[in-house]
Design a protein around this ligand. Structure first.
Ligand SMILES: [Zn+2]
Length: 237
């Protein structure tokens, strides 16, 4: 093989192992092979499909818009109680054990009822917790960064239920409504709303999630031994 052709092929194989765009790589590799004499035996390396995988999959799982989830990540927009965008881009990460349980709830319960999850917040990096605190330094609304939140461990999700078309089941208040009406023990609501909250709570608790009194949307997995994390997810360029 000509040295130049070999170098080019070596480069393309290297590119293939990093590039998420499989089709492009295949086409380029074929073009490179055309330059190589017929009697040369070449072993090509199939590029792995690295689409979306730009994080440590042993530590994190990304929840994507799918038949199971709708993402409405409010902290990646200004549509949240701080009126500021906290996350640079909208990506929903959780620890793998959280994903496993959510998927189980969907497969065994929600799917048959024509329902799915809508996620408002997932893993929240500690620097983002600090950012929240800098805007709203009030422990009633935001966990102090030193104490942290279950979201900083990747073990909490803020979520609701919606139908197949994405219409949210009525829960009586919006996400991050700070008032009595968001509490689990607040009963001055329509029966339908109370039943919707009860449904979400029973599904989550049966799967091992814990609720907190003040927020109908917040559920977390405790006792995993996992600590808080500073890891910040990458954003598309
Ligand atoms: Zn929460």
């Amino acid at each position: 093989m000509h040295r130049e052709a070999y170098q080019r092929l070596k480069y393309l194989v290297l590119v293939a192992s990093f590039c998420a765009c499989k089709t492009e790589v295949k086409r380029e590799t074929s073009a490179a092979l055309a330059d190589i004499p017929d009697d040369t035996v070449v072993t090509t390396v199939e590029a792995p499909d690295t689409t979306h995988v730009d994080y440590a999959t042993t530590e994190w799982t990304e929840l994507l818009t799918s038949e199971t989830y709708i993402l409405d990540l409010r902290y990646a927009t200004k549509d949240n109680f701080t009126k500021a965008q906290i996350y640079p881009c909208a990506r929903c990460f959780v620890r793998p054990q959280v994903q496993t349980r959510l998927e189980q709830i969907y497969q065994t319960q929600l799917k048959a009822q024509g329902l799915k999850f809508k996620l408002y917040d997932c893993y929240r990096p500690r620097p983002a917790q600090q950012k929240l605190w800098d805007i709203v330094p009030n422990a009633t609304y935001v966990a102090h960064p030193q104490k942290g939140s279950m979201h900083n461990k990747g073990l909490a999700v803020d979520l609701t239920l919606c139908d197949k078309n994405g219409k949210e089941l009525e829960m009586g208040t919006d996400f991050d409504f700070f008032g009595r009406a968001a509490r689990h023990n607040y009963t001055e609501l329509d029966t339908q709303i109370l039943n919707n909250r009860k449904l979400l709570k029973s599904l989550m608790e049966k799967a091992g999630f814990k609720s907190i009194k003040s927020e109908w949307w917040h559920y977390s997995l405790t006792g995993t031994g996992l600590g808080q994390s500073d890891w910040e997810w990458p954003c598309p360029k």
